[in-house]
Design a protein. Structure first.
Length: 125
């Protein structure tokens, strides 16, 4: 039983890294034309895939519950990261970043789902 929860370890370690990096003050400013939304999407796409790894191994089928839990957890973690940045010098808390994080989580779930389906087809063949 406890062994299944080790599937959440990669997500926990990854979020620890995200939290550490977002705790650092920024000593540079990005040009106005450059958007930081793409890095947010990519960062939380990884988070979504790692959370899906945990939920899909712990929560019994159907997959809908795993998908919902993954999305809600990942979105909450993105919002917490943005809230945390309010208290870090040189950082800005932006709800649009949290929205980009949620998009990334959804894409991460899709990537994980695709990878799992492909793996199942290979094993069936």
């Amino acid at each position: 039983m406890v062994k299944k929860y080790f599937y959440f370890l990669p997500a926990l370690l990854y979020y620890s890294l995200v939290f550490f990096v977002s705790s650092q003050s920024l000593s540079f400013s990005m040009p106005v034309r450059v958007t930081d939304k793409i890095p947010h999407v990519l960062e939380f796409m990884v988070m979504g895939a790692l959370l899906a790894l945990g939920y899909f191994h712990v929560v019994p089928p159907p997959a809908r519950l795993s998908i919902v839990l993954t999305f809600l957890t990942g979105t909450l973690l993105g919002a917490l990261d943005e809230f945390h940045q309010k208290f870090v010098a040189g950082r800005v808390s932006d709800p649009r970043d949290a929205a980009a994080d949620a998009v990334g989580v959804a894409l991460g779930i899709a990537v994980y789902w695709y990878w799992q389906r492909k793996k199942e087809k290979r094993q069936a063949a």
